[in-house]
Design a protein. Structure first.
Ligand code: PEP
Ligand code: MG
Length: 639
């Protein structure tokens, strides 16, 4: 086995070099790279052949590593687009390489990109109560008494854990297949056995090695991969419980407390069991947060490092920003009942227009990532944002014009023929499209994003515009271009679009330069739609995916609001907001008071945004004080 890192765990950094007789090259197409689940499929496949298989990441130079070890394959940390050299020796070398090539061609089994947003499953409330579910809560080892045959105890625990995981896998699918692969990782098990032979009791040896493996995942630079340390800790604790004889599993129903929230976790967690998510990091514009919100899962961010013992009942109220450990349950249940009533009334009135007390009617629309978002939407006056790169994000090949028309038609139909706003492909930054590979960039958010991508290669853009025009012949359609910076870009996009034939055309205002010169950019347009998520990150120079700077990326920062105010005053056309600020009912009232006439929100928030607008008097909002405020906190105090 290879040399070991300081924690005694074999990882990709400490791999043995094994000579291979044959080799092929494959490319990692998976959005999150060769993370734990696709890696588990690869390991499972390799272990079925009589061959020694190695992997080398040709883009990072890491490897070769043993492809039969999940810890080695996953911590190789091969990212999307990386080329892997797969080497094999042994009697079935040729067969295993062919099988690996097939698996790679199928995206290592990730048929559906995991950030695809499933239909809403949460309560849609902004409050939640339940026992805290912590990743890796830990098992008490204090009372453990070692016996004569610690290896035998370990083997017994492993066998039982394996049975449990196979049973769970039958019901809940793949996550448990990855756990099973982690449980039977030969390299890691060798380390545990070595530690036991050196005199350590089985639970301590097991814990030390799996803690080391979790730390290795946590040290990876990809946020999604870092989150997979949760899988390692779950396997660690399952075996520890068996070793120390604890039968009770830590609660899995309750409030999930996580350091950060990635989109895949938000998209795949079981909303029938997780009543809410409390994120330690601040920030509300990352895609994990957007996905959780669009599923109606109660969510609070920025709870910080408050001590939360696992299993203890916690309550949060995202509206007031409070997070309580062991709250007065009667009091908080009363708050929950009140919010449930409020939500039920808002849903009952959802189809009514959002006319404010001083008589201004604001259109409230829904943001759509999958057709189901439109199906589930209550009271939406159409869609102010169809994220096409999400709609087709699970595709390995570009959708045809017909397929796009079918999807757009289905969205329009679900919204009762009300206008839909199709945003052309917005890729780049943190949104890759499997069928449109991009060059690696040092600063992808400042690189070829959105419209910029297509100036060099317009074919996919042209196909999409064709689909937009065809859909517009049947149903009201608006089209908008993302990530616009210059007047030349607008002119180019309009030229590509050709005759408008009643189609309403707009741009997204996401770049401060576009906000400042909106009067020039909007000259030939029907509307502009402010993308507050990106406008906030570019105004505050705070990456929306970086938890460390999340407190800076606050859409209520007065600097962002001043830009919005400037856009409203100077656009000369209808101004919408489709960024996530529009999903916050209080912020929605402020945006309307600033002069925005259309708001597009995540589905579960549409009825609440409408209800809040109906109760408001826009003339009474002190916009001057808000714009002159010192910071976002002061703005909140004024709302
Ligand atoms: C935005 O930037 O506000 C926006 C709506 O676009 P996305 O979140 O998809 O980047
Ligand atoms: Mg954007």
């Amino acid at each position: 086995m290879g040399k070991q890192d300081h924690l005694g765990v074999a990882t990709a950094e400490s791999a043995p070099v094994v000579a291979a007789d044959r080799a092929v090259e494959v490319v990692v197409g998976n959005e999150h790279g060769l993370h734990a689940r696709p890696a588990a499929r690869l390991v499972g496949l390799v272990n079925g052949f009589d061959a020694v298989v190695t992997l080398t990441d040709l883009d990072t130079g890491k490897g070769p590593v043993d492809a039969s070890s999940l810890s080695m394959v996953a911590t190789l940390n091969a990212q999307q687009g990386h080329r892997l050299r797969v080497g094999a020796s042994g009697t079935e070398a040729e067969a295993v390489l062919a099988a690996v090539e097939n698996l790679a061609a199928e995206n290592f089994g990730d048929a559906v990109v995991e950030t695809t947003v499933p239909s809403p499953g949460g309560s849609g409330l902004d409050v939640a109560l339940g026992p805290a579910v912590l990743a890796g809560a830990g098992v008490e080892l204090g009372g453990y008494v070692a016996g004569d045959n610690e290896i035998g105890r370990l083997d017994g625990a492993l066998a039982t854990a394996g049975d449990q995981l196979r049973e769970l896998g039958d019901v809940h699918g793949e996550i448990f297949a990855a756990h099973l692969a982690l449980l039977s990782d030969r390299k890691v098990l060798d380390d545990v056995r070595t530690a036991i032979s050196g005199g350590q009791p089985a639970p301590m040896a097991w814990k030390q090695v799996y803690d080391g493996l979790a730390a290795t995942f946590e040290g990876l630079d990809d946020a999604y991969q870092r989150e997979r340390a949760q899988d390692v800790r779950a396997v660690r604790d399952r075996v520890l419980r068996l070793l120390v004889g604890v039968t009770e599993e830590a609660p899995t129903d309750g409030i999930l407390v996580v350091p950060e929230l990635d989109a895949a976790t938000a998209a795949t967690l079981d909303a029938t069991r997780i009543a809410g998510i409390a994120v330690r990091a601040a920030g509300t514009t990352g895609h994990g947060v957007i996905v959780a919100r669009s599923r109606g899962i109660p969510l609070i961010t920025g709870i910080g490092d408050v001590d939360v013992p696992p299993g203890v009942v916690v309550f949060f109220d995202a509206r007031t920003g409070s997070f309580e450990v062991a709250p007065d349950e009667d009091r908080v249940r009363a708050t929950i009942t009140e919010r449930e009533g409020e939500r039920a009334r808002a849903i009952a009135d959802a189809e009514q227009p959002a006319t404010t007390r001083d008589g201004r009617t604001i259109d409230v629309l829904v943001n759509v990532g999958v057709v189901q978002d439109a199906v589930d939407a209550r009271g939406a006056d159409g869609s102010g944002l169809v994220r096409t790169e999400v709609l087709f994000g699970d595709r390995r090949t570009a959708p045809t014009v017909d397929e796009q028309v079918d999807a757009f038609r289905a969205i329009a139909r679900a919204l009762g023929g009300r206008p839909i706003t199709i945003r052309t492909w917005d890729i780049g930054g943190d949104k890759p499209l499997p069928f449109l590979p991009q060059d690696r960039e040092a600063n992808p958010f400042l690189g070829e994003r959105g419209l910029r991508v297509f100036r060099r290669r317009p074919e996919l853009f042209r196909d999409q515009l064709e689909a937009v025009r065809r859909t517009a012949a049947e149903t009201p359609v608006h089209v908008m271009f993302p990530m616009v910076t210059t007047a030349d870009e607008v002119a180019w996009a309009l030229q590509e679009l050709g005759p408008r034939d009643g189609l309403e055309v707009g741009i997204m205002v996401e770049v401060p330069a576009a906000a400042l010169r909106v009067s020039t950019l909007a000259k030939d347009l029907d509307f502009v739609s402010i993308g507050t998520n990106d406008l906030t990150q570019y105004t505050t120079a705070a990456d929306r995916t970086n938890a460390a700077v999340a407190p800076l990326a606050d859409g209520l920062d007065p600097a962002v609001l001043q830009l919005i105010d400037h856009v409203v005053r100077n656009a000369g056309v209808r101004v919408a907001v489709c960024g996530d600020l529009a999903s916050d009912p209080q912020a929605a009232v402020l945006l309307a008071a600033l002069g925005v006439t259309e708001l597009s929100a995540v589905g579960p928030q549409v009825p609440l945004v409408k209800a809040q607008l109906r109760q408001s008097d826009l003339g009474r909002v002190d916009t001057a004080a808000v714009l002159a405020a010192r910071d976002a906190a002061q703005v909140r105090g004024l709302l």
